[in-house]
Ligand binder design. Structure first.
Ligand code: ZN
Length: 268
């Protein structure tokens, strides 16, 4: 079954009422990201339903998003408290999305808080032996300053990877169990992401929709149906670069396998 390595089912359901029906029709497993309890409770209900019915599974992810100190400062402590509870309750497949967003001045103003939250959350991931899902904008140097901590984690997923091919290889070489997830930016002329997606070994690749937040050109939001488009583009980029594993079929298979390994600790 196909897999979406990073998305927001609760937020998508508010834009598209039949999103869940679409997911089931596609037989799509997803890693569902949330930062507040309402989202998490919705995702948890979907996950329980999947177990009951044998439907495509949901990997529950929760983390204090790096934009939160800027967008909703009052919610940060609530989000962090909820994370501690969910992690202690054994509910999580991963902690995330967490990381650094230094994209503009408003986000940069919260850099110190982002740093404190990141440290605390990767410490928690270590404590519970959980993977992390990273949101990193204009901050790869920050990530490299945490190499020692990151090598201790079972997996580190770079959601919507925007670093270079060389940085990705360097992370693996330094012992980080890093995975690089690609979404619609590879269809939107994001050169670094396109090159990394074209050249990286298949063992570290993942694909995502980030639904509803990464729309293709001309569409108001992304949805689950975009996953196949992303994989199709990745196949084209890899084929043009002459990279091994470049058919859509191969990329879906490798994506599913990496998804299961990262979020469910199993191979398909
Ligand atoms: Zn996201």
């Amino acid at each position: 079954m196909p897999s979406d390595a990073h998305c927001h089912p609760f937020d998508l359901a508010h834009k598209k009422a039949d999103a869940e029906a679409m997911r089931l029709a596609l037989n799509l497993s997803v890693a569902a990201s949330s930062w507040n309890e309402d989202e998490f409770i919705y995702h948890e209900a979907l996950a329980e339903q999947a177990v009951k019915t044998g439907g495509p599974p949901i990997a529950l992810c929760f983390g204090v998003h790096p934009q939160l100190p800027s967008s909703e400062p009052g919610a940060v402590q609530f989000s962090l408290n909820a994370l501690y509870r969910f992690a202690a309750g054994g509910k999580l497949a991963a902690i995330g999305e967490i990381g650094f967003d230094l994209f503009d001045e408003a986000y940069k103003a919260t850099e110190t808080i982002q740093e404190r939250l990141f440290k605390e959350q990767i410490g928690l991931a270590r404590q519970y032996n959980l993977p992390v899902v990273l949101h990193v904008r204009k901050a790869m140097d920050k990530v490299f300053s945490y190499l020692r901590e990151l090598t201790a984690l079972p997996a580190v997923v770079f959601h919507s990877y925007a670093g270079t091919y060389e940085e990705a290889l360097a992370l693996r070489k330094r012992g980080v169990a890093a995975y690089f997830s690609f979404g619609s930016p590879i269809m939107l002329n994001h050169r670094k992401a396109m090159r990394a997606c074209a050249l990286l070994p298949q063992e570290v690749l993942l694909f995502e929709t980030d639904a509803p937040y990464q729309s293709q050109r001309g569409k108001p939001f992304s949805d689950y149906g975009d996953l196949c488009q992303v994989v199709k583009w990745a196949a084209r980029l890899r084929s043009e670069a002459g990279t091994i594993a470049h058919t859509e079929q191969e990329l879906h298979a490798t994506n599913d396998e990496n998804f299961s390994r990262v979020y469910f600790h199993t191979s398909v």
